[in-house]
Design a protein. Structure first.
Length: 198
């Protein structure tokens, strides 16, 4: 009996031990109502609120480990989440806790992811001098900063590129954009032989 060999398709990023780690997701929540921040302080003594220094109140959650800024205007900013889902969950959890403790929130918050920061490792060595000449929208001043700044148009992100093959990607609004940007950059670096793998 003739057996057909199965073909395993390797994801392009898997070949060189590429890793992508989401470090921080910043999301905003709009409640469309004014909030009395002093009443939150009375109910939750653990929150940070120093109006003479900063107009927002800082509400910490242990799970997911995040900090949410709440402003009197009803605007919220959540930082520290490790995924889009976690950021949304954190804002919803803060709103639930406020509601359960007598701080009446009239509607569900309108949540938007504003920025995703990811650290990336491509597992190779990148020639930054050559990258400067090969790619548009780059800035490289090694005497001021060891990394090259690359502004990608689609998806609209900024990537810091280091000779070690490490990258920092910022500006994405979705996790899929991070993966698309990294794949696109890696393919370009390989195509133009700007990266060498150990």
């Amino acid at each position: 009996m003739h057996r057909q060999a199965s073909i395993i398709r390797v994801h392009p990023l898997a070949e060189h031990k590429t890793f992508i780690s989401i470090e921080n997701v910043v999301a905003t929540g709009a409640l469309h109502q004014n909030i009395d921040l002093n009443s939150i302080v009375r109910v939750f003594p653990g929150v940070e609120y120093r109006p003479e220094q900063f107009p927002g109140l800082v509400y910490h959650l242990r799970k997911p480990k995040t900090a949410t800024l709440i402003f009197g205007s009803g605007k919220m900013v959540c930082t520290g989440a490790k995924s889009e889902r976690q950021a949304r969950k954190a804002i919803m959890r803060v709103v639930d806790e406020l509601n359960r403790n007598g701080i009446v929130i009239l509607s569900k918050p309108e949540i938007q992811v504003q920025n995703i920061v990811a650290s990336v490792g491509l597992g190779g060595h990148i020639d930054l001098e050559k990258v400067t000449y090969s790619l548009n929208h780059t800035m490289y001043e090694p005497e001021q900063f060891p990394g090259l700044i690359y502004r990608m148009d689609d998806p609209k992100v900024v990537i810091l590129i280091f000779t070690s093959g490490k990258l920092v990607c910022t500006g994405a609004k979705k996790e899929t954009e991070v993966h698309r940007a990294v794949t696109k950059l890696q393919e370009t670096l390989e195509e133009k032989t700007l990266i060498t793998y150990e």
